[in-house]
Design a protein around this ligand. Sequence first.
Ligand code: CO8
Length: 258
Amino acid sequence: MPEQLVSAEAHGTTLVLTLDRPAALNALSRTLVDHLADRLEEAAVDNAVRAVVVSGSDKAFCAGADIGEIPGMVNASPLDAFPFDRLFETVASLPVPTIAAVRGLAFGGGCELVLACDTAVAGRSARFAVPEVKLGVIPGAGGTQRLVHAIGKAKAMRMLLTGAPVDAEWAYTAGLVADLVDDGQVLDRALELAAQIAANAPRAVAYAADSARRVHDLPLQQGLAHERRNFLLALGTSDAEEGISAFTDRRTPAFTGR
Ligand code: CO8
């Protein structure tokens, strides 16, 4: 059995995927990328999973692409599928919400992985960087696009063009992460958010995430039309009937996912 570089642990309805390549600060080797994509694809078809938390070690969430493997990408044409594509497309389109739980460094592809998740919790030790220009390359897993979307052009350009790391406080203030807590509370906070999500109607959560994820793909009018479509689909579910009845009856709703 080959060594697994990603461990998977269920916490109730939340699946915690932990990058486990400590000797290289969880750098994204081809093997680690495949393992993480495999675990995410399994989660995507597992009805018991209502949210996924992606985590690393206390020293490193992820140090980015495995630098030793980057030169091997040189012969690929711009249209070739990079090994990273399956991972990042799977994260960004997972049917359930994804939460990055970041302690230590999240550099390069590690920062891009945070950006591909739906939301993120950072510990006070977290540091974020897109240092690719220091290596003579640029982010290639969505970093230039998602970073601008996440924190705005001026702050994104500061990170992208200097390659300099930012600390957790800066990242929180900029909006790169949603929560900032002590390192020892990062996983608990991520699990708490996941539990809050899991208490809601599953299909409504999926429709809300799908609508919000489209914000940068679609012009406003099309985005609003997509939201309206998803609103009507959510309204047609048994869970919408249950949620509205439960509110009227002043009781906790019993959602079934239908
Ligand atoms: N790749 C491979 N190995 C790494 C990486 C990495 N990204 N980062 C760290 N390591 C290894 C080190 O080589 C070292 O190994 P060893 O002990 O065998 O020498 C071990 O991890 C520990 O690292 P350090 O001793 O350097 O630890 P420090 O705490 O002193 O420094 C740093 C930590 C500052 C993070 C430093 O390791 C560093 O600068 N690492 C590189 C970070 C970086 O540049 N990341 C961006 C990579 S490029 C990228 O992610 C592009 C993604 C887009 C791909 C798109 C494809 C389509």
